[in-house]
Design a protein around this ligand. Structure first.
Ligand code: TRP
Length: 334
């Protein structure tokens, strides 16, 4: 049986937080270590510039994301780990695909539709602030995926539509030009937690409710203390299933620890005490990686070296693939 090629991108426009860790980074690194797939993981910096036009933030985020994945033990022998903008074949493919992708398909993309809806609601021009980058975002993402014939694309629920669009575009292309692209499939792992943030909504940069992954111990403790709770006093039974503290606990605890915390909730554990225990649990899991993370951020040339090696491996695949695509559509050398 052939090994499945798994591919996912991380948009480099923010600081990795516990939600990213639990929902995407930890499972991806585990998959890379399991060795039964061929993982391609990349820094999606061309996606980052769609919404973020602050060069310093983009640069800093790319460093932080790369350092995070490396510090947490991504095996770069097994996984191809690269920066999207280091693989120029992707942008060329993106243009080619945009000549196959139906505009009507792009009109239906959630991110674009949300932007239009927002403008309409505010009485602004429907296109206000909408760039071609935002509009064509799903085409670039299709290029990311189809370039490497990825079979499986692990994503959050909000990204399923984009993977389906990539599949749609690949199908059209193959139908017209012959079997060039593998048809990708989105993989959403329901056993992986979507973490709640400080205010109880989904932890997300856009809600400004995140707990960054690699804070100092002191800051981590402070952030955990900020998780919203109700006003129940020590000794009063608390409902674990509506509590963010418990939900985050569950994402880091084994079964036995989870059962124990559930019992403590029923017995009326004080919020302060539950948060203290949560800090210890999270800190134990990520404490070792935090040191490596800080070392890596001080030594960006070593990150850069890893990324260059990754880009080389990626281009070993993307360059011949692009030749095949060019041939199929009739451009290039005579
Ligand atoms: N758009 C994705 C996100 O915001 C990131 C991404 C870019 C991606 N290219 C990809 C994910 C290709 C999977 C495959 O989360």
């Amino acid at each position: 049986m052939s090994v499945k090629r798994v591919l996912t991108g991380i948009t480099t426009s923010g600081t990795p937080h516990l939600g990213n860790y639990v929902g995407a980074i930890r499972p991806a690194i585990q998959a890379s270590q399991a060795g039964d797939t061929e993982p391609f993981y990349f820094l999606a910096d061309l996606h980052a510039i769609i919404k973020c036009h602050q060069p310093e933030l983009i640069r800093q985020s790319a460093k932080e994301v790369a350092a995070t994945w490396l510090a947490l033990g991504l095996d770069t022998e097994k996984a191809v780990f690269y920066r999207q903008s280091d693989v120029p074949e992707i942008t060329e493919l993106s243009w080619i695909l945009s000549c196959m992708a139906a505009k009507g398909l792009m009109n239906r993309a959630h991110a674009y539709k949300a932007a239009v809806a927002n403008n309409t609601e505010e009485g602004a021009d429907p296109d206000f602030g909408i760039t071609m980058g935002l509009y064509s975002y799903p085409v670039l993402m299709a290029a990311d995926i189809l370039m490497f014939n990825a079979n499986r694309v692990p994503v959050g629920k909000d990204q399923i539509q984009h993977v389906e669009m990539a599949r749609d575009i690949a199908g059209r292309f193959n139908h017209r030009f012959g079997e060039v692209f593998a048809l990708p499939e989105a993989v959403v792992d329901d056993s992986v937690a979507v973490l709640q943030g400080l205010d109880g909504r989904k932890m997300s940069k856009s809600y400004n409710n995140t707990i960054p992954l690699f804070l100092t111990e002191k800051q981590l403790r402070k952030h955990i203390n900020k998780i919203k709770t109700n006003l129940l006093e020590p000794g009063e039974p608390k409902d674990p299933d509506t509590s963010t503290v418990f939900q985050v606990w569950q994402a880091f605890a084994n079964e036995e620890q989870t059962a124990l915390m559930r019992k403590q909730f029923e017995e009326g554990i004080a919020w302060g005490e539950a948060k203290k225990q949560l800090f210890e649990l999270v800190n134990t899991e990520i404490g070792g990686a935090r040191e490596r993370y800080n070392e890596l951020l001080e030594d960006t040339s070593s990150i850069e070296k890893v990324l260059q090696q990754g880009a080389e491996k990626a281009r070993d695949v993307s360059a011949p693939m692009l030749t095949k695509v060019r041939n199929a559509i009739g451009i290039g050398a005579m």
